[in-house]
Ligand binder design. Sequence first.
Ligand SMILES: Nc1ncnc2c1ncn2[C@@H]1O[C@H](COP(=O)(O)OP(=O)(O)OP(=O)(O)O)[C@@H](O)[C@H]1O
Length: 312
Amino acid sequence: MIEIDGITKRYDGNAVVDNVTMAIAPRTVTVIVGTSGSGKTTLLRMINRLVEPSEGTIRLDGEDHRGMPGHMLRRRIGYAIQGHGLFPHRTVAQNIATVPALLGWDRHRIDAKVTELLTLFQLDPAMFAARFPHELSGGQQQRVGVARALAAEPNILLMDEPFGALDPIIRAKAQADLLDIQKVLKTTIVLVTHDMDEAFQLADRIAVMDKGALVQYATPAELVQNPATDFVQTLIGPSERPFRLLSIGTAGEAIEPGVASGEPVPAAMSQRDALSHMLWSGRNALPVADADGTILGQVTLEALTRRAAKPQ
Ligand SMILES: Nc1ncnc2c1ncn2[C@@H]1O[C@H](COP(=O)(O)OP(=O)(O)OP(=O)(O)O)[C@@H](O)[C@H]1O
């Protein structure tokens, strides 16, 4: 649990983060969004004390995070940034091993962790461990950056625009991989992004910042259905509202009994993508299959229309 309590950061008397209070539940993904300069990065960096708060408290599992020196705290909290920040003259394995080595892990444990993480991030250890960052693609460097942040098995991973430099296809894959990895490692993730699509794809809860203030902190669905301010409404994009609602539910959740014809869609597919399939194939119902290909029922245009509508 991360409890942020009345946290403020002032530079030259100006509050760039202003009295923010929020609680982040363990093993969830919280995404901080807002316009440029709204204080997102400053708020994130106060959690690991890369920026020292001017006022307020942050408690990690009940303990004031000022209870240990900043550099020790940062060894316990993973931190991944845009452009990955890898050390150019260290190999992939040495980069990933950075914090475990600082913590004094023995060689065997470090090697096992490097191999485990490279495998988890779909980078063959035999091929990648000894390479240098410049011998990797941008997407591979980004994965190594996140692997490095996770190496010391932190409970908390802070991510600042981690996918900002990736092209849209690699980015979508990186987002999906992050969710898979989060389910395995059960890390609490706090991620800053400009990209509302990314926020809706990843977040259990979204924190919206505007001029240093936290204007809404809610689930993606609540944000669409009940935006706290005009700013939140604008950020979501009024014409996007139905599609955002569909993007957070799966075809499996909209399933109904019945037999539809044609190629099935997976139950895990988002309702938004299911709608897209329907429109593109000119059908008004699609069969839905589980991971083994067993047909579970159908999803209909009518059901999706109902789910995309403003709640009454
Ligand atoms: N060290 C500093 N000294 C003075 N002002 C600062 C400092 N760091 C940040 N600021 C100011 O604080 C405000 C918030 O900055 P921050 O980087 O947290 O915003 P952000 O929402 O992450 O922006 P972006 O999306 O553009 O990265 C900005 O106006 C910035 O200029």
